[in-house]
Design a protein around this ligand. Structure first.
Ligand code: G1P
Ligand code: ZN
Length: 542
């Protein structure tokens, strides 16, 4: 039976760059989930009888929301839902399923790298038929709908058994519970030289992969240990838990500190890697050397040809504006296009769909390619493994040779979390107001060349996205970028991105914060961060 249920709108259901993210208790309010899902469906056209993909990162509330989504998909006229077994689908795997089976779209349930649990974060994101996050005009439509919604449609049927692979009928709709890993593993096998990587492991190559009790556990065990023959125990924390074991499933140097410490110790394996809650981010650490995501993007692009899936070369590279310019130098050398987009993976979708870029990346540990329309943590790990197997050199040697050839972009991001929203907005508007007075000014011995608020003209659909971050460029290619996070769930987070280019190999061994000290001081002088935030130091430095 299908029911139409009366409801009242909530005023806080604006999907951000990564869908709707809120604390679990917010999602647990009456009709909150239903309102949002109905608003998504009401904003789509022509899905009658078509397929919808549903899956999530396994965090707290995942299963409950999946049951609701199944009932609503049936009531709204979808013909079929493909759902990952156990409610599990990593974000890149969901993107792959949508594309491979030509689904109409998908609901990806995740709050990415944010903690999970009854009082932590949850999220719902709609991905379109190309497998990528909904474009802004769609999320705008969804938001507008949430503000006026007065009813939703839901079918009455018992909970679907999510734990058994198979095809059922429910509410007049087909429900197919699929193996969440198989299609993804097959895709990876089509892109990378599994035989070479297998031979490298057989030769004694060692690795530690930290799945952080999040979604990549089952994927990494299947691919690294079963298909590539890495010894059992290579994948750590591989059981996805609703609260990620009480940790932040964020693969950075703070939350993956154990892995980092191991990689810097005498017992370090050859290669260390981690992924986040929903499997789209990556952390890459060689024995004794952390590879920044910006550098990793450049190095993956420079060496991509060594992997069968990219042997024909790259069409172009895209990076988000705050990501370092290291990849630009690779693109220049390869003679291919380089695109600088606003923060957020969705801006890469058009470039990938149009065949203008093959590899994309963000400083926030997201790297990926045109194989799906999301960033992809394990993909980055496997491309690194493929490169290591082909070059037969340690990570450190590859990194140092890359710097020697292209120069080094020293890079760091300073986050100020939990800033009062008003204060954060004032800081940014204050910067905006003084942009025109900055060029030519000397700050801490550095001369400002240009200063602007980044605006992006999409070369594919000509749409403009403005106010995407304050950029202050100094002579010599150094720069500082200021922007507010768009993914937080409480208060504001100020992100300050600091970059300095160094061509001289004799100066490539400086500690990063030391190499950037002048710029860090200049950023403080320009923006008055301490005064505005009341914080003496960043909460997280990456
Ligand atoms: C952050 C990252 C950004 C990434 C997004 C989603 O967004 O900075 O690169 O695309 O998470 O994973 P922010 O919180 O900075 O808006
Ligand atoms: Zn993520």
């Amino acid at each position: 039976m299908i029911r139409t249920v009366a409801t009242k709108p909530y005023d806080d259901q604006k999907p951000g760059t990564s869908g709707l993210r809120k604390k679990v208790p917010v999602f647990q309010q009456q009709n909150y989930v239903e309102n949002f899902i109905q608003s998504v469906f009401d904003s789509l056209e022509g899905f009658e009888g078509k397929s919808l993909v549903i899956g999530g990162d396994g965090r707290y509330f995942n299963r409950e929301v999946i049951q609701i989504a199944l009932r609503m998909a049936a009531a709204n006229g979808f013909g079929k839902v493909m759902v990952g077994q156990g409610g599990i689908l990593s974000t890149p795997a969901a993107s792959n399923i949508i594309r491979k089976y030509q689904a109409f779209g998908g609901l990806v349930l995740s709050a990415s790298h944010n903690p999970g649990g009854p009082h932590e974060d949850f999220g719902i994101k709609y991905n379109a038929g190309n497998g990528g996050p909904a474009p802004e005009k769609l999320t705008d439509r969804i938001y507008a709908r949430t503000k006026v919604i007065d009813s939703y449609r839901i079918a009455d049927f018992a909970d679907v058994d999510l734990d058994t692979v198979g095809t059922f009928s429910a509410g007049g709709m087909t429900v197919e519970v699929i193996d969440p890993v198989a299609d993804y593993a097959e895709l990876m096998e089509s892109l990378f030289d599994f035989a070479a990587i297998r031979a490298m492991f057989a030769d004694g190559f060692t690795m530690a992969f930290d799945a952080m009790h999040a979604v990549t556990g089952p994927y990494a065990v299947e691919i690294l240990e079963k298909r590539l023959g890495a010894p059992m125990g290579t994948v750590r924390n591989f059981v996805p838990l609703p609260d990620f074991g009480g940790h932040h499933p964020d693969p950075n140097l703070v939350h993956a500190k154990e892995l980092y410490d191991l990689m810097m110790s005498p017992e370090a394996p050859d290669f260390g890697a981690a992924s986040d809650g929903d499997g789209d981010r990556n952390l890459i650490i060689g024995r004794g050397i952390f590879v920044t995501p910006s550098d990793s993007l450049a190095m993956l692009a420079a060496n991509a040809k060594l992997a069968p899936g990219y042997a024909g070369g790259l069409k172009g590279i895209a990076r988000s504006m705050p990501t370092s310019g290291a990849a630009d130098r690779v693109a220049a050398k390869l003679g291919i296009g380089m695109y600088e987009t606003p923060t957020g993976w969705k801006f890469f979708g058009n470039l990938l769909d149009a065949g203008m870029a093959t590899i994309c990346g963000e400083e926030s540990a997201g790297t990926g390619s045109d194989h799906v329309r999301e960033k992809d943590g394990l993909w980055a790990v496997l491309l690194w493994l493929n490169i290591l197997a082909a070059r037969k050199e340690p990570v450190k040697a590859i990194v140092e040779k890359h710097w020697a050839e292209y120069g080094r972009n020293y890079y760091s991001r300073h986050d100020y979390e939990g800033v009062e929203t008003e204060a954060a907005n004032r800081l940014i508007s204050g910067l905006r107001a003084k942009l025109s007075s900055l060029p030519g000014k000397r700050v801490r011995g550095l001369t400002v060349e240009t200063a602007d608020d980044f605006s992006y003209l999409d070369p594919v659909d000509q749409s403009v996205s403005s106010s995407q971050g304050i950029r202050v460029l100094f002579e010599g290619g150094s720069r500082v970028v200021f922007r507010l996070s768009g993914t937080g769930t409480s208060g504001a987070t100020l992100r300050v991105y600091i970059e300095r280019y160094e061509s001289d190999p004799a100066r490539h061994g400086i500690e990063t914060q030391e190499a950037l000290a002048d710029l860090i001081a200049a950023a403080e002088e320009i923006a008055g961060i301490r005064g505005a935030t009341g914080m003496a130091a960043p909460t997280v430095i990456t």
